[in-house]
Design a protein around this ligand. Structure first.
Ligand SMILES: NC(=O)c1ccc[n+]([C@@H]2O[C@H](COP(=O)([O-])OP(=O)(O)OC[C@H]3O[C@@H](n4cnc5c(N)ncnc54)[C@H](O)[C@@H]3O)[C@@H](O)[C@H]2O)c1
Length: 255
């Protein structure tokens, strides 16, 4: 990328949801390393505090805000705390997400089904809508949503997960006009990533069969692979409403 086309992350304020684990933690580490102040939002405060420890150990700056991304008042509090403490907001990574686990579809409970929809889709929509006033105040900013390759390939054992991720992709596309206000909304679609989410696809200890099958087919990415793609999309001034598949090609090389 030409330096002129590069949006500088240094000095920005970034909110990352699901920052206590996996992809969110890696995103926080990479954004912090690039010079951003990181606001670590997670329903698991202890886990987010561990991430903050890593950020501090590497000379970064940030704080933890316990947040349930499916709850509008909690997300409002996240952005108002960010505004109060750091004076503004430039980047949001709407990343928190869940898989349904057992019992698999169609025996999933209605409670789990609603939870997955409210976190995976509701959290992204709220995290985008409620960030806009703060981003406007700075003259724009960047939102990255985390979808999945399950948005493209139907997960027959977890159709709710697939449906929410497909919806996140379409939501991102439909946010294209926000670029007229310099708010660029993009989405990453990772393949299978080595994070604590994988055992949750199954009984909590063992992966679901579909995750094993996906591993045989596509291999396993690291959370850092996804974080690199997130940073690239943030830095690329020309990227809006863009979908970035993060995968391992069948020949083993990253795509
Ligand atoms: N791991 C994969 O193979 C994979 C592949 C593609 C996409 N993804 C997506 O990447 C994102 C991150 O997944 P991960 O693999 O890092 O999972 P993870 O389980 O390691 O981390 C998810 C984090 O989100 C937090 N969280 C859950 N519900 C929340 C809520 N309501 N509010 C705030 N925080 C909440 C959890 O506490 C956890 O810290 C998810 O959206 C997931 O769907 C993961």
């Amino acid at each position: 990328m030409d330096e002129l086309d590069k949006w500088d992350i240094a000095g920005r304020v970034a909110v990352i949801t699901g920052a206590g684990s996996g992809i969110g933690r890696a995103s926080a580490e990479h954004l912090s390393a690039a010079g951003a102040t990181v606001v670590l939002a997670d329903i698991n405060e202890e886990a987010a505090s561990e991430t903050l420890g890593i950020v501090h150990d590497t000379g970064g700056v940030g704080l933890v805000v316990r947040t349930d991304v499916s709850d509008a008042s909690s997300v409002e509090a996240l952005f108002s705390t960010t505004q109060d403490v750091y004076g503004g907001l430039d980047i949001v990574h709407n990343n928190a997400g869940l898989v349904s686990g057992y019992p698999v579809w169609p025996d999933i409970t209605p409670e789990t089904l609603m939870r997955v929809m409210n976190v995976n889709l509701g959290g992204v929509v709220l995290g985008t809508r409620l960030a806009i006033p703060a981003l406007r105040k700075r003259g724009g900013g960047v939102i990255i949503n985390t979808a999945s390759m399950a948005a493209i390939f139907p997960l027959v054992e977890d159709p709710i997960y697939s449906a929410t991720k497909a919806a996140v992709v379409m939501f991102t596309r439909a946010c294209a006009p926000l670029a007229e206000e310099n708010i660029r909304v993009n989405v990453v679609l990772p393949g299978l990533v080595d994070t604590p989410l994988l055992p949750k696809t199954g009984d909590g200890s063992n992966w679901a069969q579909w995750a094993n099958d996906a591993n045989d087919l596509m291999g396993l990415l690291s959370a850092d692979d996804v974080a690199w793609a997130v940073v690239e999309l943030i830095e690329d001034k020309s990227a809006f409403a863009q979908e970035r598949i993060v995968g391992v090609a069948l020949d083993g090389s990253d795509s």
